[in-house]
Design a protein around this ligand. Structure first.
Ligand SMILES: Nc1nc2c(ncn2[C@@H]2O[C@H](COP(=O)(O)O[C@H]3[C@@H](O)[C@H](n4cnc5c(=O)[nH]c(N)nc54)O[C@@H]3COP(=O)(O)O)[C@@H](O)[C@H]2O)c(=O)[nH]1
Length: 699
């Protein structure tokens, strides 16, 4: 554009009725490189203006036919005449002529007598100024076009906070009245707190000469909230230029991203990340204000079983309802007051956490935990299934248990495990001794994994006596662990751990094979049919390879199936009655002898005794130990024996420690007995000796 202006520069329309004046003017213009075209009066000048398209007009005021003022006004009316500079040549002190010239649209004037040497330069100066004005107009039009195309609002503020300029962007119109803000103070346009922040940042911008951003929200008349971002920059002239953008869409997207990142997609409640951040904030707040808070860690008991038996769909629905119940149960007052909603979270799976702020006393946390436990115990109706669940809850306290988020969460988790180990459906507070317990538990587990391959397990055997003949008719195999550092560890300590970790399956198989092997060697030695009893834990009983394992132990050792007794507890049999019947059928098919261990400590149901069709029943030692004095236990023992005989079952009394007990049991008709009275669990060699002695006596 500037190029085009320059290439055209140089044509001056000279209008004067005096030919001498015209000639002198043309001469002066030629000296500065300008070309002139002549007109002898106003009419001629206007006509020539149309055709010659001059860059400047130098025109006398007094001319025949049409004076200079009229000619100037006529030129200005033309399309091309608006911007061409027009210099009027006026009489010496004729102030009125000067005024008239400007009113007619003149750009400048030259008064007579003309200072001829500088005329050309004067014209050049006006041309240059006109060029600059044209450029400014173009730049201004350009800027306006840009501003019109940009959705943002622009403004300029002076250092006192008054608007110097204000150009509303189309995107921000909804939030502002259509009236101009120019001349107003920011506080008249924006709410006081926002205006204060804007002014504050404006002063920082002026002091630092750096760009600053202020974000703020405005509530529209409709009640909708719009979000804005004002970017402030100094213009260098002591005022500040601002650009306001509507960032509502961006905020909505950010909120959506935040929701995705911080919400559990299944239940809609906050997820682990959100909970950790809330915990972090709560910790800082509690430290500042010297407050206490509690972290509750809840895990559903046996959730896996629901998933496995009813499917993941039902499991997912259950988790959703659980989160709803938690929300209802944990009252708003229990939650983090300043950040309600994020203090209840799902960490994953069936694990939920709750943050209880401003705790006055530990009982408050326990009360909430018990409310949750009660809420979980109400049956869940999902897709026609009535589901019963319980929850185990662990509680850690700030500051008592720790002063960092990771520890508090870990300790609540530890306490939850403790609650589970204490029989589930429990709420437990964390205590430092728990960590010790858990550490030794973990160490024990590591050791147990090595025990089999390091040959640290061994078997003891306890004789089972025929009450009437006094003969050893069987033995029970009882496992022991010789720990390299701790010495002998009782099965009461490591069998539950083996169950929990699944190690019971390989350990149980080893016990079974070793016991069958031993039974076979005694059979060879004594030529007698001695029955070997082996304990089967619930996990082993559920193992789908159980029948195969039993078969291979029998065939590898050559022991007859009828000489292997598998002892099952009532709990094992009752866990899943349908599956139990199938497994029992398989075992009966093999021909092994099945008995119920610890009878009387569990369900003691006659119905299932009939259904499961087992051969023997072992009365738990807790009933025997008080005999003969404990009349209640005596009555129970007698009833169990009578009932078992009614079902054609063999009865074994466990834990017989005295001769009096044996006499009473014989009186009640008990078939077999086992206990310290006949011998403690002993190594195979000791039993071999006993069997040898017995064989000698019999001969
Ligand atoms: N799944 C498996 N469980 C096993 C195995 N080996 C043992 N166990 C189970 O561990 C529990 C504890 O066993 P243990 O310490 O061996 O105790 C047994 C006997 O020592 C004890 N007993 C025997 N007679 C008496 C007595 O007169 N008084 C008395 N106070 N205790 C006595 O009883 C335990 C045998 O019980 P039971 O099995 O119910 O017959 C125990 O539950 C074992 O079952 C294994 O290899 N696998």
């Amino acid at each position: 554009m500037a190029e085009a202006i320059h290439s055209k520069r140089g044509v001056v329309l000279v209008a004067d009725d005096d030919p001498v004046m015209r000639m002198l003017m043309l001469e002066m213009l030629a000296q500065v490189g300008l070309h002139g075209v002549e007109a002898a009066d106003g009419l001629e000048a206007v006509a020539l203006f149309r055709t010659a398209d001059p860059d400047l007009v130098l025109m006398d005021v007094d001319m025949p036919r049409m004076d200079g003022f009229t000619a100037c006004a006529e030129m200005r009316k033309l399309d091309s005449g608006a911007t061409v500079p027009i210099i009027m040549v006026t009489g010496g002190d004729d102030l009125e002529a000067v005024t008239n010239a400007y009113e007619a649209g003149a750009t400048d004037f030259v008064s007579k007598p003309i200072n001829w040497p500088i005329l050309g330069h004067r014209v050049l100066y006006v041309l240059r100024a006109s060029d600059a004005i044209v450029r400014l107009r173009i730049a201004d039009a350009h800027n306006r076009a840009v501003l019109a195309a940009i959705p943002d609002t622009f403004f300029r503020l002076n250092k006192d906070g008054f608007y110097l300029d204000y150009e509303q962007g189309y995107d921000t119109k909804a939030a502002f009245p259509p009236v101009s803000c120019v001349g107003k103070h920011v506080s008249e346009v924006l709410p006081a707190p926002i205006a204060a922040r804007l002014l504050d940042q404006m002063h920082t911008v002026l002091a630092s000469q750096r760009v600053r951003t202020v974000e703020y929200d405005l509530t529209l008349e409709s009640g909708d909230v719009q979000h804005f971002e004002a970017r402030l920059v100094t213009t260098g002239a002591g005022d500040v230029f601002g650009l306001v953008r509507d960032i509502s869409e961006r905020k909505r997207t950010e909120e959506q991203i935040r929701r995705l990142a911080y919400c559990d997609s299944l239940t809609g409640i906050p997820n682990r990340q959100a909970f950790l951040e809330t915990l972090e904030r709560e910790l800082a707040r509690s430290k500042r204000n010297d407050k206490k808070f509690a972290v509750l860690f809840m895990d559903l008991d046996a959730f896996k079983r629901i998933n496995d038996t009813l499917g993941h769909n039902v499991g997912d629905l259950l988790l959703k309802i659980v989160s709803d119940r938690l929300r209802e149960t944990v009252r708003p007052g229990d939650l983090v007051a300043h950040d309600e909603g994020t203090s209840l979270a799902r960490l994953g799976g069936d694990e939920f956490t709750i943050l209880l702020p401003d705790l006055d006393k530990v009982e408050d946390a326990l009360n909430v935990a018990h409310r949750i436990k009660d809420a979980m115990r109400r049956p869940f109706l999902i897709e026609g299934h009535e589901i019963f669940v319980t929850a185990s809850i662990g509680i850690s306290l700030y500051p008592e248990d720790g002063d960092d988020c990771n520890s508090l969460l870990k300790f609540a988790d530890t306490a939850m495990y403790h609650a589970k180990n204490c029989g589930k459906n429990n709420a437990k507070l964390y205590s430092s001794s728990l960590t010790m317990q858990i550490m030794s538990h973990v160490q024990l587990e590591v050791g147990l994994r090595r025990a089999l391959q390091n040959d640290e397990l061994y078997l003891l055997y306890q004789p089972q006596i025929d009450v009437r003949s006094g003969e050893i008719v069987g033995v029970e195999a009882l496992v022991r662990w010789r720990h390299p550092e701790r010495g002998i560890i009782s099965p009461t300590e490591f069998i539950p751990l083996a169950e929990e970790t699944g190690l019971i399956v390989p350990i149980g198989e080893w016990v079974l094979r070793s016991a069958c092997n031993q039974a076979r060697s005694w059979q060879r030695l004594t030529h007698r049919s001695l029955r070997m009893a082996v304990n089967l834990s619930a996990r082993q009983f559920k193992d789908e390879n159980l029948a195969q394992i039993v078969l291979s132990a029998l065939s590898d050792t050559g022991l007859e199936p009828r000489l292997l007794e598998l002892e099952l507890t009532e709990g094992t049999l009752m866990d899943d009655a349908k599956a139990t019947l199938v497994t029992l059928e398989q075992l009966r098919g093999i021909g092994v002898y099945l008995s119920i261990d610890d009878f009387g400590t569990g369900y003691s149901s006659m119905n299932y005794l009939k259904r499961f069709d087992v051969r023997a029943l072992k009365i738990d030692k807790s009933f025997i130990c008080g005999l003969p004095q404990d009349s209640e236990n005596a009555a129970i023992t007698r009833a169990i024996i009578a009932m078992a005989h009614g079902l054609k079952m063999v009865v074994v009394a466990e834990g017989v420690e005295t001769g009096e007990q044996l006499v009473l049991l014989e009186e009640y008709g008990c078939d077999m007995a086992q206990g310290f009275y006949f011998g403690r669990p002993s190594p195979a060699e000791a039993i071999t000796e006993k069997l040898r002695l017995q064989t000698c006596v019999a001969k």
